[in-house]
Structures are given as structure tokens and as C-alpha cells.
Design a protein around this ligand. Structure first.
Ligand SMILES: Cc1cc2nc3c(=O)[nH]c(=O)nc-3n(C[C@H](O)[C@H](O)[C@H](O)COP(=O)(O)O)c2cc1C
Length: 373
């Protein structure tokens, strides 16, 4: 295995932050280390899955990011996780996303589409006739779930048959082809935060006794097969995957997260993917475990506290060599020129939480409500 010794960033004396140093890696030439993390905004047309008309300018105004990862897009209707999530299923979706990618490219940016299958984190109300929601096993998520009818009881998903597993893997490949047809630079597979891919890896959500359940090698199989199928469809250099080892979000229990993710990352490292995106929920512990096993670009996102991740968190990741690039989430929402603000040492603004999802133009194309931190 060709594991590169990871690099510490030597900050150019002319720059004030290691986050502002360019990154050059296989297939990537990034102007800085500040990526935009995937963030669902819940503003798509709920019936059609068409992105909000202001989506091209929303992303284009953030084109100074090293890389934009879009909000999660559903690769098939049954994978839709909540209200206002956009799709990447129909020709009309492809045409709409082409406007987004063209706008970002015209502004000099790079943009990957996040492919998000919710698995059991969905509801009959959300997936409609394509339901019921699918999952590795018929294990219901504890707690309520958000739908167009508000917060309602979660539902017991249908345990996927072998045929449904194969079909879902094919759907990911087909959605990735549509992403490239729409002009995206690549796709990020959402393997984090308790959705379908992580549901296969976690102990509580995967009770299967076939080749997709039981041993660690079996529980990572779905993730690996999705990555292989998507790589075969669009080329491994256009594929990234996001993981969140040990993250309990969405009622996930992983009893040996680092055993599981070490095996997964070793398997995936062979494939020469564009990047690995790690959501760090344990104060650098996941990065310490996984960075030495990963050869290509590593993007890290600090989610170890409920507060938005900070410039100092990102600088720590890059200076320690744990990450090449840092994804920020909430900091981008009211600071479309985030790298410029960091370079100028300006304070960051934040939007109120009730404007994260839905809420039309407020907190999306209009930032009048943004407040200083
Ligand atoms: C409004 C909102 C929507 C999000 N949607 C997604 C998503 O679609 N896919 C995903 O992988 N993570 C999603 N996340 C998680 C973020 O990518 C990120 O991990 C989290 O916000 C922590 O980073 P931050 O502290 O820099 O905001 C979302 C977070 C927020 C605040």
C-alpha cells in the first residue's frame, strides 16, 4: 500500500493562516484549505425535488471555497430523508443542477454533489409511493422524525433484500453519472451521520446474518461496493466519501468505531479516490487513527462541539498534518466570502438557527438577519 507520509503545512510568511495556503494534490489544485461542508437547506420544491431558484447564486457566491460540497441530494426517491431535500433523479434535476455548476465554475470554483440516501432516517410521508423507507434491518430509529407534517413518530423501515441492496448500489452509480452530466466536478458519498451507508456499518442498525452483516468485513461491504460502483461509473478521481466514526447522531451505536473505520479506510485507500472526508466528533481521535492510513486528500470537519467549528479548529487540523483541507459548515452560511474574511481578520457572522432549513430567502439569498458571533 502506497501510504504517503502526511505533510505539515509550512505557512508562507505572507499569509496569516495555514488555511490560506494553496493545496496541490493528485487531480486537485486548490487556492486554499477552506472547503464548504455539505449543508441541507430544505428549500427545494418538496414535490418535485427541484432546487430553489436562487441555488446557483447561493453556491456561486461561495466559489472562493477550496471546494464546495453541496447539500445532500437524493439518488432515488426512496432515499429522500426529509422535506425540501433536492433530487438528482430526473432530466429536469440534471438541467437545474447544470445551472448551479455553470455558475460556480464561471466564478472560478469547484463543486462536488453530495449523494445522500437516508435509509431508515425517513418517513412514508417523505418518500411517498416509492416507500416504505429501506434499511439494512427493520430497526426503527428512536425519537421523532421531521416531515412536511412536522415532527412525527419514526417508522420501522423495510429490511433490504439482496436484490434491493444491488439495486440501491446501481442507483448510486446512476446518480453519479447524472452528477457528471450536470457538470459537477465529482460526487461525495454521504457515509456519515447515521444515514444508509453508516446504518450498514453500525452494530445497532445492522442485524443481518448474510454477507452484509455480522463481521466488520461484512458491515463495511455495502460502503465499499457503493464506492466501487460509483468509481466504475464516473472514475475514482471524481469520488469522495464522508464518514463520521462513532457519531451517535440519528440513534447510531458503533461499539468499535475505530476497528470498523480503520478497515474501511484501508479498503478504500486502494481505490485512489479524490478524497476522504472525516467528520471529527472525538477531539482529533478519528483523524489520528485514520490519517496515517489515507494516501490522497483528507478533508476534516470538526463536529466535536455543538458550536460552529472555528478558524482555530481548522488551523489545528492543518498544522498537525491531520488534514489537508478543512470543511466548515455554519461559518459559510452568513459569510459567503469566508476565505477573504479569514485573510482580512474580520469577525464572522452567523444566521439564526430557524433559518438553517426552509425559511425561503431569509438566511439563504438574503443575509440581512445575519448577526455577529
Ligand atoms: C443546516 C445544516 C445542514 C446540514 N446538512 C448536512 C448534509 O446535508 N450532509 C452532511 O453530510 N452534513 C450536513 N450537516 C453537517 C455539516 O456538514 C457539519 O458537519 C456540521 O455543521 C459541523 O460543522 P460546523 O461546526 O463547521 O458547522 C449539516 C449541518 C447544518 C448546520
Amino acid at each position: 500500500m502506497d501510504v504517503r507520509v502526511y505533510r505539515r503545512v509550512m505557512t508562507d510568511p505572507a499569509t496569516t493562516s495555514p488555511l490560506l495556503a494553496p493545496y496541490v494534490g493528485a487531480g486537485f489544485d486548490l487556492p486554499n484549505r477552506i472547503a464548504m461542508a455539505p449543508m441541507t437547506r430544505g428549500r427545494a420544491d418538496d414535490l418535485t425535488g427541484m432546487p430553489h431558484p436562487f441555488t446557483p447564486s447561493y453556491y456561486a457566491s461561495r466559489a472562493s471555497a477550496a471546494l464546495i460540497v453541496t447539500e445532500g441530494l437524493y439518488p432515488s426517491k426512496v432515499g429522500k430523508s426529509g422535506p425540501g431535500v433536492p433530487g438528482l433523479v430526473t432530466h429536469a434535476h440534471v438541467r437545474a443542477w447544470r445551472e448551479v455548476t455553470s455558475a460556480v465554475h464561471a466564478a472560478g470554483g469547484r463543486i462536488f454533489a453530495q449523494l445522500w440516501h437516508g435509509g431508515r432516517v425517513s418517513h412514508a410521508v417523505t418518500v411517498g409511493e416509492s416507500g416504505p423507507p429501506l434499511a439494512p434491518s427493520a430497526v426503527r430509529k428512536s425519537g421523532p422524525i421531521y416531515t412536511t407534517n412536522g415532527w412525527v413518530d419514526s417508522v420501522t423501515p423495510t429490511a433490504m433484500t439482496a436484490v434491493q441492496i444491488a439495486g440501491t448500489i446501481e442507483e448510486f452509480g446512476a446518480a453519479a453519472r447524472r452528477a457528471i452530466a450536470a457538470g459537477f466536478d465529482g460526487v461525495e458519498l454521504h457515509g456519515a451521520n447515521g444515514y444508509l451507508i453508516q446504518q450498514f456499518m453500525a452494530d445497532n442498525t445492522n442485524q443481518r446474518s448474510d454477507r452484509y452483516g455480522g463481521t466488520t468485513a461484512n458491515r463495511i461491504r455495502f460502503a465499499v461496493e457503493v464506492v466501487e460502483a460509483v468509481s466504475a461509473a464516473v472514475g475514482a478521481g471524481r469520488v469522495g466519501i464522508r464518514v463520521s466514526p462513532g457519531n451517535p447522531e440519528n440513534d447510531i451505536v458503533e461499539t468499535d468505531p475505530f476497528g470498523t473505520y480503520r478497515m474501511l479506510v484501508r479498503e478504500l485507500d486502494r481505490l485512489d479516490l479524490a478524497y476522504l472526508h472525516v467528520v471529527e466528533t472525538s477531539r482529533d481521535f478519528a483523524l489520528e487513527q485514520l490519517r496515517p492510513l489515507w494516501s490522497s486528500m483528507l478533508i476534516a470537519n470538526d463536529h466535536s462541539s455543538p458550536q460552529p467549528s472555528t478558524q482555530a479548529d481548522g488551523e489545528r487540523f492543518v498544522e498537525s498534518g491531520h488534514a489537508d483541507v478543512v470543511a466548515f459548515g455554519r461559518a459559510w452560511l452568513a459569510n459567503p466570502d469566508l476565505p477573504g474574511r479569514i485573510a482580512r481578520g474580520e469577525p464572522l457572522r452567523f444566521i439564526p438557527r430557524d433559518q438553517y432549513y426552509g425559511a425561503g430567502e431569509a438566511g439563504f439569498s438574503s443575509l440581512e438577519s445575519a448577526v455577529l458571533a
